[in-house]
Design a protein around this ligand. Structure first.
Ligand code: NAD
Length: 362
């Protein structure tokens, strides 16, 4: 197949981890006979420096016409003055809004070889496989804000249509997994949560009767997620609760460097990125963990290009690399560690050894 993939390396370790993921995507293209065209554009701090804008119009236009977007990370101390008018993160928000990406998918699947990197007891983590679906473009982050000398307010609104579309995405994903959705809200207190619960119950009953649905309050969910994470399959929730719960869930996997994400809308195009930031403390050293970005590339193949075998191949190969202790410094527990490029190479070697290809093109 032919596909146009826009690459937005961004700042800090962004260029290092996207380069690693690109080498893996190029291996997929060679081995499975696909033609991927890659074009690089600026976002975040580097875009502020070069264009005075964290999301130049040319970058947004390229992303909108591409089949998928692979992003590194944005931000860093150079651009972190809270009083400055333009900030790197604005580029990310504008990109999600501009592309209509309302569902943020974050799979959490602690790897057996990396269980010791998590602060949670290993026996609680074995077999955990959760997909958190966070609403991304509504709720309190986007509502009207007010501020006077001694008071402030943030308005939280959700429409039925905004809830329906993200909840449908969650139910569809559950059908491809273990057919179990937990919807998280605060319906005992918030009116937006009562609407969320009503809409989710109706969609479940009318459109997905084969999927088990439960409603859980967000405060209880924060506890359950650490106490018995293995029980959960798909968790769907609104923007702010999702922001907090996904960071909590990331601790189950041990390192930020292992967690990918996808942001999707109505079409097939999406933005795929690791959940970590630009890690300025290790940028430029060649030691960043590239697995989260490589796993984001696997999600890109699955969700935007429909290349399921190829996505499985990458995920199995990352598993294989971790099994063979191809650990970057964040995973190595002060033991022997390898560079970003060597970790990518470990994945590529696994692909060459283990992924079935009908007609080998390497
Ligand atoms: P961070 O995720 O960049 O780093 C937190 C810690 O995790 C650091 O010690 C870092 O070295 C480590 N880390 C992160 N990713 C790693 C990787 N792949 N391999 C090895 N270690 C890794 O978060 P932060 O320090 O709070 O933020 C740094 C900058 O990134 C800030 O400017 C922030 O605004 C930005 N940020 C961007 C995004 C994004 O682009 N989506 C997300 C979060 C933070």
């Amino acid at each position: 197949m032919q596909a146009e993939i826009v690459v937005l390396p961004g700042d800090g370790i962004g260029p290092e981890v996207t380069a690693a993921a690109l080498s893996v995507l190029k291996t997929v293209a060679r081995r499975y006979g696909h033609q991927f065209t890659f074009s690089e554009h600026d976002i975040g701090g580097i875009a502020i420096d070069k264009h005075g804008d964290p999301l130049p119009a040319s970058t947004l236009a390229a992303c909108k016409s591409a089949d998928a977007v692979l992003l590194g990370a944005v931000g860093g101390p150079k651009w972190s003055d809270p009083n400055s008018k333009v900030r790197p993160e604005q580029g990310l928000l504008a990109l999600r809004k501009g592309m209509g990406l309302y569902a943020n998918l974050r799979p959490v699947r602690p790897h057996p070889a990396a269980l010791n990197a998590s602060p949670i007891k290993p026996h609680l983590l074995t077999g955990v496989d959760i997909m958190v679906v966070r609403e991304l473009t509504g709720g309190i982050y986007f509502g009207e804000k007010t501020r006077t000398a001694d008071s402030a307010s943030d308005l939280c609104t959700y429409s039925t249509a905004e809830i329906e579309r993200v909840v449908r995405s969650a139910f569809k994903l559950a059908r491809q997994r273990r057919s179990y959705v937990v919807s998280v809200d605060k319906a005992n207190v918030l009116e937006t949560s009562r609407l969320w619960r009503d809409v989710t119950a109706r969609i479940g009953r009318d459109e997905f009767p084969d999927v088990k649905l439960e409603h859980v309050l967000v405060d209880a969910m924060a506890m359950h997620l650490l106490a018995h994470p293995r029980e959960y399959d798909v968790i769907v929730t609104e923007n702010m609760f999702g922001d907090i719960l996904t960071d909590e869930a990331s601790m189950l996997a041990g390192s930020l460097g292992l967690l990918p994400s996808a942001s999707l809308g109505d079409g097939k195009a999406g933005v795929y990125e690791p959940i970590h930031g630009s890690a300025p403390d290790i940028a430029g050293k060649g030691i960043a963990n590239p697995y989260a970005t490589i796993l984001s590339a696997a999600m890109l193949l699955r969700h935007s290009l429909g290349l399921f075998d190829e996505a499985d191949c990458i995920e199995r190969s990352v598993d294989g690399a971790l099994n063979s202790h191809a650990f970057t410094a964040d995973l190595a527990n002060n033991g022997r560690s390898i560079s970003t490029a060597a970790a990518a190479q470990a994945v590529i070697e696994q692909m060459q050894a283990n992924c079935y290809v009908a007609e080998l093109r390497d």
